[in-house]
Design a protein around this ligand. Structure first.
Ligand code: ASP
Length: 330
């Protein structure tokens, strides 16, 4: 009996000491205790990448750890989303993606993740308008000339995009359907490399976000046919909207959200959300985003519920449209 007691006491002491060790370790190493990866689902040098790199630094400052941006490209962002959905729920892999998160379930037949089941939501980030651009030496000089040109030359006109599910693809599809033409589309792994080719004259047209395009537009290095929002942009007041040039109701603006994998503890989610909001309120970030006509979402949307509700509404909005159009990717 005595022996048994002392064995039990020994086990108790062991357990107590291991709790103590764990307790001490936990107390000494609260989240985050190592660098955090911020996954971008498109190529470096594109709009999603640029926003991620801009907010990664102040987010890192707020979290007290480096936030490292990593590009996991391909399949309109779904490869990256799958990677994040399968990552450990510990807050060390954070994901930024645009409205492709909402269009993917209808677009992809064999999706490896469920946007409504496999993630925890940090918050919405920014809204970005788009501009329909042409290469500098593309013959049409304005939207009316473009409409006339594509009607006659449709087989040889090339339209770049960032792959199935990219917003550049959706914007291009909407433009072609409104014009009743089918152009030759050229997919890239992000609009960063697509813009490089547009500047180099290798492709004719690209519907891109304003994130990187404003200086090229101002310097006349690309031709501009119209902005995709119903209102003109304050950063580009002289560029007419597509709506005012005849494509009534043309309205594409790209929303972005931040996610981690399902099961990440609430305390970790709260820290990442705090860091996101600190970054969005950083004066330098605000200035840089305003220069590119990027809108920071109101604080009420930069919340887990703000993103979750919006994502759900967007899935319900896009799903029927995509299914009706029969626009599936593999
Ligand atoms: N935002 C782009 C698109 O979906 C891709 C990118 O960020 O590079 O078209």
């Amino acid at each position: 009996m005595k022996v048994r007691v002392s064995i039990l006491a020994g086990i108790g002491a062991l357990l107590a000491s291991s709790f103590l060790i764990n307790g001490t370790a936990l107390a000494a190493d609260p989240y985050p205790n190592k660098p955090i990866t911020l996954v971008v689902p498109f190529a470096a040098g594109g709009p999603t990448d640029a926003v991620a790199r801009l907010i990664a630094i102040p987010m890192g400052k707020s979290l007290g750890q480096t936030v490292i941006v990593e590009n996991t490209v391909g399949a309109g962002g779904t490869i990256a989303a799958t990677r994040v959905a399968r990552s450990a729920p510990d807050g060390y892999m954070v994901f930024i993606h645009h409205m492709g998160m909402a269009t993917a379930p209808a677009l992809y037949k064999k999706l490896q993740f469920d946007p409504m089941k496999d993630f925890e939501y940090i918050g919405q980030v920014v809204d970005v308008p788009m501009v329909l651009l042409g290469r500098k030496n593309f013959p049409p000089n304005n939207f009316k000339e473009l409409e006339a040109y594509i009607k006659v030359n449709k087989e040889k006109v090339t339209l770049a995009n960032a792959g199935p599910g990219a917003v550049s693809q959706l914007c291009g599809l909407l433009f072609m359907s409104r014009e009743g033409v089918e152009l030759t589309t050229v997919p890239y792994k992000g609009t960063g490399p697509a813009l490089t080719d547009l500047l180099g004259g290798q492709v004719d047209l690209l519907c891109d976000q304003t994130t990187q395009t404003v200086p090229y537009i101002r310097d006349g290095l690309v031709k501009t046919y119209g902005v995709t929002t119903p209102k003109r942009l304050s950063a580009l007041p002289n560029i007419p909207t597509l709506d005012e040039q005849g494509l009534k109701g043309f309205d594409v603006k790209v929303w972005h959200g931040m996610y981690v994998s399902k099961g990440t503890p609430p305390a970790v989610l709260a820290k990442i959300n705090k860091a996101l909001n600190a970054a969005l309120n950083d004066p330098e970030v605000k200035t840089r985003l305003a220069e590119s006509n990027i809108e920071i979402v109101p604080a009420s949307k930069a919340t887990p519920a703000g993103l979750k509700d919006h994502l759900e509404a967007e899935i319900n909005k896009w799903g029927p449209v995509i299914r009706k159009a029969g626009a599936y990717a593999d």
